[in-house]
Design a protein around this ligand. Structure first.
Ligand SMILES: Cc1cc2nc3c(=O)[nH]c(=O)nc-3n(C[C@H](O)[C@H](O)[C@H](O)COP(=O)(O)OP(=O)(O)OC[C@H]3O[C@@H](n4cnc5c(N)ncnc54)[C@H](O)[C@@H]3O)c2cc1C
Length: 458
């Protein structure tokens, strides 16, 4: 540890708000900041880690490339007239989700997801027997995947899906693969799928992203500051950014596995093979919201009503109607189709959305269609996908990635949680675990500054 705690406390007191990176004049030497822990990324994991470290009396700085906090949890409160989540929206596993009690305590309004989807077949409701035949096919697939996962079979979902799904196969492939996981069923391990906690979801009236933003208030976050290099060759860690260096005893790295795999952050020495293999094995899929305005409720949909549209190809979407009771709908796309479309750009995404509304929701919806907005997580250089998914044989890599490296580098983020992987709740839990590990690594707390940390989730 370098520098005195007094100095660090002073630093934190002076930066205990969200900071933008200062512009450096020519010839100005960038300042070197010295803290116990530097956190890279101000998404759910980074915010959770910083809160925990602050509560434990440790000095911390969070470095964030974007000009806002929240990462993949972000609510747009400007464009839509209602809070609109552009990233995470479903509050998964509320009973096990560490964000839920914090959101409630902060006054956020959480309510249950209506859950039971309406089935649409080329703009019409199901005829006799069609709903039952879909439900049966879905149930059989789910059972086969969960049985394989429970048995510890590290095989892809596609290998165990029943062969008798008839013309429901593309729909079920989409639901279990692209929509649930952002990848194709051939790329998802049954064990990873089985490990994911599944219960009834909730929504947040003010937006899920707004919760993370609120929970990040008052933390020392340096916005618009992309980390370019992490030097962990010495006793501690030096994090390099265009606006200066940060020295710390420990670094907590929370960027997505897709960002890590892209090598835009250079590590010196290189990330060890054990962690590198985990990063490769936990690659991100693709998932985007196409957000369409359908005036005057042409489908007589209930607020937040989920739909399933019968598909005959992977070029399909899943509607979530009337978000928060508004006229805005998500048409969510995922997997390879979403990746290709996102790479093709917003015009192609909007064209698909308009075509989908006309072809799949029917003529009334086509007439009601107004503005279309699209997200771009796949092409965002600081995200590069949706969330991590373990392929066959790779489930164990999640906990491997979370192992401390050289007692000074800790990887956290959604990819490192086994039960809530791919979710905001999992990211949060991982940030808290990494903070606890960092506290154990950093020298013991000075007398009089001891606090009891809440217990680990596991
Ligand atoms: C479209 C979409 C829908 C989703 N839906 C849901 C959902 O309904 N429910 C749910 O629970 N989860 C959902 N998820 C997943 C969820 O959003 C993520 O699992 C979670 O937010 C990840 O948090 P994190 O802290 O691990 O990572 P991130 O949120 O990615 O945070 C990492 C941060 O690091 C920053 N960063 C990157 N590079 C650098 C750099 N060089 N220097 C400094 N900072 C850097 C990034 O800007 C980012 O802010 C969704 C994701 C997407 C994309």
């Amino acid at each position: 540890m370098n520098g005195s705690l007094m100095t660090r406390r002073g630093l934190i007191a002076g930066t205990a708000t969200i900071l933008s990176a200062p512009a450096l004049g020519q010839g100005t030497r960038p300042p070197v900041v010295d803290v116990d822990v530097v956190v890279i990324g101000a998404g759910a994991a980074g915010i959770a880690a910083a809160r925990r470290l602050k509560a434990a009396g440790r000095t911390v700085v969070v470095v964030e490339a974007k000009d806002r906090i929240g990462g993949r949890a972000h609510t747009d409160v400007v464009t839509f007239g209602v809070p609109m989540d552009l990233g995470a929206h479903w509050i998964h596993a509320p009973a096990d989700n560490p964000v839920v009690p914090l959101a409630k305590a902060a006054g956020f309004d959480l309510y249950d997801d209506p859950e039971r989807p309406r089935l649409l077949i080329k703009g019409r409701g199901p005829r006799e027997g069609e709903r039952e035949s879909f439900a049966g096919a879905l149930r059989r697939s789910q059972r086969a995947i969960l049985d394989a996962g429970e048995a510890g079979r590290e095989v892809p979902l596609s290998e165990v899906m029943p062969s008798d799904l008839a013309d429901w196969r593309p729909t079920i492939e989409f639901l279990r693969g692209a929509w649930d996981s952002g990848k194709e069923t051939s790329e998802i391990s049954c064990v990873d799928f089985y490990n994911a906690l599944e219960t009834r979801d909730q929504f947040c009236r003010q937006g899920y992203g707004a919760v993370i933003e609120k929970l990040g208030e008052g933390l020392p976050v340096r916005l618009s500051t992309a980390v370019t290099r992490v030097d962990w060759s010495g006793r501690g860690v030096t994090v390099e950014t265009p606006s200066g260096k940060i020295q710390a005893r420990v670094a907590i790295v929370t960027v997505s596995t897709a960002v890590l795999a892209s090598n835009v952050i250079r590590f010196a020495p290189a990330i060890p093979k054990r962690q590198l293999d985990a990063i490769q094995a936990l690659g991100c899929g693709a998932y985007e919201h196409l957000i369409v305005h359908l005036a005057d409720n042409p489908m007589d949909a209930k607020p937040d009503e989920p739909f399933v549209v019968k598909a005959d190809t992977s070029a399909t979407a899943k509607p979530l109607a009337r978000i928060g009771g508004s006229d805005w709908w998500y048409l969510d796309i995922g997997g390879k189709f979403a990746r290709d479309l996102a790479n093709a750009g917003p015009t192609a995404m909007k064209a698909f959305a308009a075509e989908f509304v006309g072809n799949e929701l029917g003529p009334r919806a086509r007439r009601a269609l107004g503005e279309i907005h699209v997200t771009s997580w796949t092409t965002d250089p600081f995200i590069r996908g949706s969330w991590s998914v373990a392929g066959p044989g790779a489930t164990g890599q999640r906990l491997r990635l979370a192992e401390p490296v050289g007692q000074r580098l800790l990887f956290a983020g959604e990819a490192t949680d086994d039960g809530l992987w791919g979710t905001v709740g999992g990211a949060w839990a991982s940030g808290e675990r990494a903070a606890d590990a960092a506290v154990r690594i950093v020298a013991p707390q000075p007398a009089g500054n001891r606090q009891t940390n809440p217990p680990n989730r596991r």
